[in-house]
Design a protein around this ligand. Sequence first.
Ligand code: CTP
Length: 402
Amino acid sequence: MQGKRVLLIVSGGIAAIKIPETIRRIRELGGAVRCVLTRGGEQFVTPLSLSALSEDKVYTDLFSLTDEHEMGHINLSRDADVIMIAPASADLMAKMAAGLAGDLATTVLLATDKPVICAPAMNVRMWEHAATQANVATLKKRGIIFVGPTEGDMACGEFGMGRMAEPADLVAALQTFFAAQPGPLAGRHAVVTSGPTHEPIDPVRYIANRSSGKQGHAIAAALAALGCRTTLVSGPTQLADPAGCDVVRIESARDMLAAVEAALPADIAVCAAAVADWRSADAADKKIKKQAGDDAPALNMVENPDILATLSVAGNKRPALVVGFAAETHDVLDNAHAKRERKGCDWIVANDVSPETGTFAGDDNTVHLITAAGTEDWPRMSKTGVADQLAQRIAQHFEAAE
Ligand code: CTP
């Protein structure tokens, strides 16, 4: 669901009260939701609650001059990857089947060329009525995907078919839908490194850094969302494994290199890990003990292998596109350009990690993309935004090369 945009049309029915929970779950999985609320829907759930949960404007009016100026009903569907109607009332489905376009929801549905998933909710007799069943058959014939309804107790006191699918089922339907989409990076393999490395001093102590892994994990998820087989080689982090990726967990830089090499061949390598540059040359295999009167032990450091530079060496295992990161605290662009030359990678994503930016532990990032063609300054955005934009750029790169 990472980076996917769902246009949620909420029509009238008591099941609309399940929609805030549905939005919350979609967003937890990295999806974005924008809502269209019908007059009927507004009787059960407020624009304010949907807007707060989706963190976006809620659209209700076909004839709103501001909405048409800012977004427009055609753009509402153009901006989405999929439209979900939940709850879909008998009335809304009848209008869709007949091709009516008297309000914003039906106009969007008549004007869209995007896939539509429909989650009906109504009284059992309304669901079983020949008119509704004929409308459902018409809509199915047009390719509309149905999720539910299910059987159970109804708000009206009856029992039978007509309950809207639960939020978990709506989300599962979206996940199944997205998993079935080939995506622009289908057939490609990416290796992504993420997080810090831990370099042992002895069995209980190690050298590490402040990397959270958020940016690397988000990139792995964004590539997987575009259909790319993605191997994420991650140092120790607090993060959950991103959906759809093969995750290899390692501790040290040398383990990371071994895991990356084992994952080759790959079309794409993105090195987002904050690999420790040095390790202790003689890590003790027993805990170093303090002895009264002893001097503090000296650490004898040796350089770690450079994974990005190793991957960038020309050869038949070199990924076609090698992307590195440059974590800089000063002279960001100059250092990043020099790093691209020195490491031999194709692209560098340069970011300022000086403490005042809060980049290391935070959720936002300001980056510059440096390629052979020049430097692009991207606006400050969330790390998932950076990941989605980078994954899109990678997909465009391969499309252009074909
Ligand atoms: N990198 C790597 N292996 C290393 C060190 C760095 O793969 N042993 C990769 C990082 O994942 C990143 C890029 O190289 O993609 C640059 O990392 P950075 O820490 O910014 O640079 P360094 O090579 O460590 O150089 P410096 O510390 O001088 O800035």
